[in-house]
Design a protein around this ligand. Structure first.
Ligand code: SAH
Length: 352
């Protein structure tokens, strides 16, 4: 069985297998999933409608470990969490990750981390300053959601994989996580309420399109040409813009879904009207949605956020070319919730 001993890493099918191996009926699985994910029990003794022997067996086999809250900060409709994961790896560093809850009028969204650190080394991103030391397991991914729901008493409707890390550099665990959170007896998060964001690992986009548990896809594009994109994102040297866009088109053809292109607005780097026109030409009539993201300035990178006027001019060019485009509200800016900022802040403060 491919699961760790934390119950939150178990898929529904793996739970059924466990029950059969334990000499129980697999019809107990719905009670256990519902108790874990709907009632959000904290002890196996509280699982509804199962006998004492099975409760004891669950408790002896599995843990219900949640990440430990280090810091929680709230501003308006955003709550950010800094968590420490129990570190079972040989390195003795703290495994710090971030999650950000955004309360929107169409339901709450949780942005979660997928790795401790990140190897993608995007030039503007704080997360990449800490090399990857750990891929989050399915249990660690699911337990971020449970921890936030328990801490805030809110029900998460949307999940975005846009926290620290590159989800497609941790592909198998992400797919197992999606299977667990989509299960109708559990959290029952719908396909269209999950967004996986990638820096553009093209072969994994192909796999994701074919995977039964795929949700929506967002690609961090950030530049329409190879020169600019390779400067911002080293991954572009492996999978250049044309190849990436062709892969994204194939994803659209297979799934019938729109792909979101994320585009951080960096002053005089990627925000000229000429670059907007290039982007429009790259998209053509295909089903892409461009999301223009104000840059959350981070220390020492030498990038400046584009002015509002430059963002609007860029937006206008896309609109004139009939591209679907939105401007992201600056969610999280006041709580330093851009990718990796929270952890960086914390490490900075404990070093002082
Ligand atoms: N590795 C994945 C997901 C994590 S990053 C990816 O690259 O998509 C999530 C998003 O936040 C990406 O679009 C990333 O480029 C963006 N981001 C990183 N640092 C940022 C900053 N300082 N301000 C605004 N957005 C940022």
């Amino acid at each position: 069985m491919n699961h760790d001993a934390n119950i939150y890493g178990l898929t529904y099918t793996q739970l059924e297998d466990f029950l059969i191996a334990a000499g129980e009926k697999k019809t107990k699985a719905p009670f256990i999933f519902q108790s874990l994910y709907r009632t959000q029990i904290s002890s196996f003794m509280d699982v509804a409608d199962i006998n004492q022997r099975l409760k004891t067996q669950l408790a002896e086999t599995f843990s219900m470990t949640l990440p430990q809250l280090i810091r929680q900060t709230a501003a308006a409709d955003t709550v950010k969490f800094l968590f420490a994961l129990p570190n079972t790896d040989s390195d003795k560093q703290d495994h710090l990750i971030e999650a950000v809850l955004m309360k929107q009028n169409y339901g709450s969204s949780l942005c979660i981390s997928t790795q401790v650190g990140c190897n993608m080394a995007c030039a503007f991103c704080q997360s990449g300053r800490f090399k990857k030391v750990h891929n989050l397991t399915a249990a660690e991914l699911v337990s971020q959601m449970i921890a936030v729901q328990k801490l805030t008493d809110c029900t998460i409707q949307n999940v975005v994989l846009m926290g620290i890390g590159e989800p497609f550099d941790n592909y198998d665990n992400i797919m197992q996580f999606l299977e667990i959170i989509m299960h109708p007896h559990g959290l029952a998060i719908g396909k269209n309420h999950i967004t996986v964001s990638t820096c553009g690992i093209a072969p994994k986009i192909n796999d994701y399109a074919m995977h039964p548990q795929h949700g929506l896809l967002a690609i961090s594009l950030h530049a329409p040409d190879d020169t600019t994109r390779s400067r911002l994102m080293p991954i572009n040297r492996r999978y250049p813009v044309t190849e990436l866009m062709n892969t994204a088109r194939e994803y659209i053809r297979i799934t019938g879904k729109k792909v979101m292109l994320e585009y951080i607005m960096l002053h005089e780097v990627n925000d000229t009207p000429e670059q907007a026109q290039l982007l429009a030409d790259l998209i053509g009539k295909d089903k892409f949605h461009v999301n223009l993201i104000p840059y959350n300035a981070t220390e020492n990178f030498g990038f400046q956020p584009s002015s509002r006027a430059r963002i609007l001019a860029f937006y206008d060019v896309l609109k004139k070319n009939n591209i679907t485009v939105t401007m992201r509200r600056e969610f999280g800016a006041s709580v330093n919730a851009a990718c990796g900022q929270l952890r960086a802040d914390y490490e900075h403060s404990i070093q002082q």
